[in-house]
Design a protein around this ligand. Structure first.
Ligand code: GLA
Length: 329
C-alpha cells in the first residue's frame, strides 16, 4: 500500500494559526510517499537521504495513534520524498501524514482527516519540541488542486478558494535555515500569549487594538489581510494580491521580526523579475523560502531572472495540488 502526502506553501496568514486566526495555504506537487508492507517487526527506511533522527517523526505519529488505541500491526515502511528538507515547505508534516495514513490503513481503521491533522501536529510538538500550529498538517491532508484553502484556526472551519487561471506559484528557496528558527518560534508564541493576556483577550484573534504590542499588531493586520486576499482572488485583482503580500512581508519583518536578510533579499530581487504579481516570505521564517505569485506566461522568464539576481536560489515552479491519500500502485 502506498500513501502520498504533499508539502505546502502558505500564500498569506503567517504565524496566525496558533493565534486562532486565518491561514491560506496550498498543498504543492512535491510530496512524500510511504510504501508499507506487513513485516515481522517495525522497520522504517528512506530512499531520499533524510537528516539523522527523521524516524522520530514516524515514531511520534505511531505513539499518538497507539494512544488513541489504533491497533497498528508491524510494518516495513519505505519513504521517498521529492520535498527539500529545511526549505520551509513542511517536509516534516508530509512525513508525519504519509506515515499516519499507512499506519491507520494497516490497522483497518478510519479517522477523520482533521483528527489525523491534529495527532500529527501533536506528534510534532512532542517529538520536535516545536509548539507549532495546525496549518502544515491540515493542508497536507486537505489540499485541493488549483485551490488554496482558507482555514479558520479557531473553529477549524475551512473552504477551498480558487486560484485564478494564469497564476503560477514560484517557490524560491534561500537555502538557509538559521539555527534560532525553532527557539524564536516558541518565543513568538509566548509573546503572543503575553500580549493577549495584557489586552484581556483569550487569543490575539480577538484583539481589536494592538495596545502598542508589535506582535499583536502583526496578528491583527495579518488576519485582515488574509480575508482581503481571499476577496482579491475571487475578483482576480492581481494588484491587490501583490500589495497584500508586500504588506504581509513587511509586517513579518518589522512587527513580528521573523524574516532575515536572505528572505528580504529574495523578495527584493523578485520585484525586478518579469511577471511578478506578489512576493513574500512563507512559513515560520529565519530562512527557508519565499512564495511568488507569477503570471504563468512569464513564469520561466521570472525564474531565469531570479536565478541571475540571487545565485544559489533553488526554484520550484508548482501549482496547487490535492491533499494526501492512497496512491494506486
Ligand atoms: C510553521 C508552523 C505552522 C505555522 C507557520 C507560520 O510552518 O509549523 O504551524 O505557524 O510556521 O505561519
Amino acid at each position: 500500500m502506498k500513501f502520498r502526502a504533499p508539502g505546502r506553501v502558505n500564500l498569506i496568514g503567517e504565524h496566525t494559526d496558533y493565534n486562532d486566526g486565518y491561514v491560506l495555504p496550498v498543498a504543492i506537487e512535491m510530496e512524500t510517499v510511504a510504501t508499507a508492507r506487513p513485516a515481522a517487526a517495525m522497520r522504517f527506511s528512506s530512499t531520499s537521504n533524510p537528516p539523522p533522527g527523521w524516524e522520530s517523526y514516524v515514531l511520534g505519529v505511531e505513539k499518538q495513534l497507539r494512544r488513541r488505541a489504533v491497533p497498528i500491526p508491524n510494518l516495513d515502511i519505505e519513504f521517498s520524498s521529492t520535498l527539500p528538507i529545511g526549505a520551509g515547505l513542511s517536509s516534516s508534516a508530509a512525513l508525519e501524514v504519509s506515515a499516519a495514513l499507512a499506519f491507520i490503513a494497516a490497522a483497518g481503521f478510519e479517522l477523520p482527516a482533521m483528527e489525523i491533522a491534529k495527532l500529527c501536529q501533536q506528534a510534532e510538538i512532542e517529538t520536535v519540541g516545536l509548539a507549532c500550529g495546525i496549518m502544515d498538517q491540515f493542508i497536507s491532508l486537505h489540499g485541493r488542486a488549483n485551490h488554496a484553502i482558507l482555514l479558520d484556526c479557531r473553529n477549524l472551519a475551512w473552504r477551498p478558494v480558487a486560484i485564478p487561471e494564469g497564476i503560477t506559484l514560484v517557490i524560491a528557496d534561500t537555502g538557509v535555515k538559521h539555527a534560532l528558527a525553532s527557539s524564536e518560534y516558541n518565543t513568538r508564541r509566548k509573546e503572543c500569549e503575553a500580549a493577549g493576556a495584557a489586552l484581556g483577550v483569550k487569543s490575539l484573534r480577538d484583539a481589536t487594538h494592538d495596545g502598542g504590542y508589535k506582535r499583536a499588531r502583526h496578528i491583527i493586520t495579518e488576519n485582515a489581510r488574509v480575508l482581503s486576499f481571499v476577496e482579491a482572488l475571487a475578483t482576480d485583482d492581481r494588484r491587490a494580491l501583490g500589495e497584500l503580500m508586500a504588506a504581509s512581508h513587511e509586517s513579518l519583518c518589522t512587527d513580528y521580526e521573523v524574516s532575515c536578510h536572505e528572505l528580504d533579499a529574495m523578495v527584493a530581487a523578485a520585484q525586478q523579475c518579469p511577471g511578478l504579481i506578489g512576493a513574500r516570505m512563507t512559513g515560520g521564517g529565519f530562512g527557508g523560502s519565499t512564495i511568488n505569485l507569477v503570471e504563468t506566461s512569464e513564469a520561466n522568464a521570472f525564474a531565469t531572472k531570479l536565478a541571475e539576481l540571487y545565485p544559489g536560489v533553488s526554484i520550484h515552479v508548482t501549482k496547487a495540488a490535492n491533499g494526501a491519500g492512497r496512491q494506486s500502485p
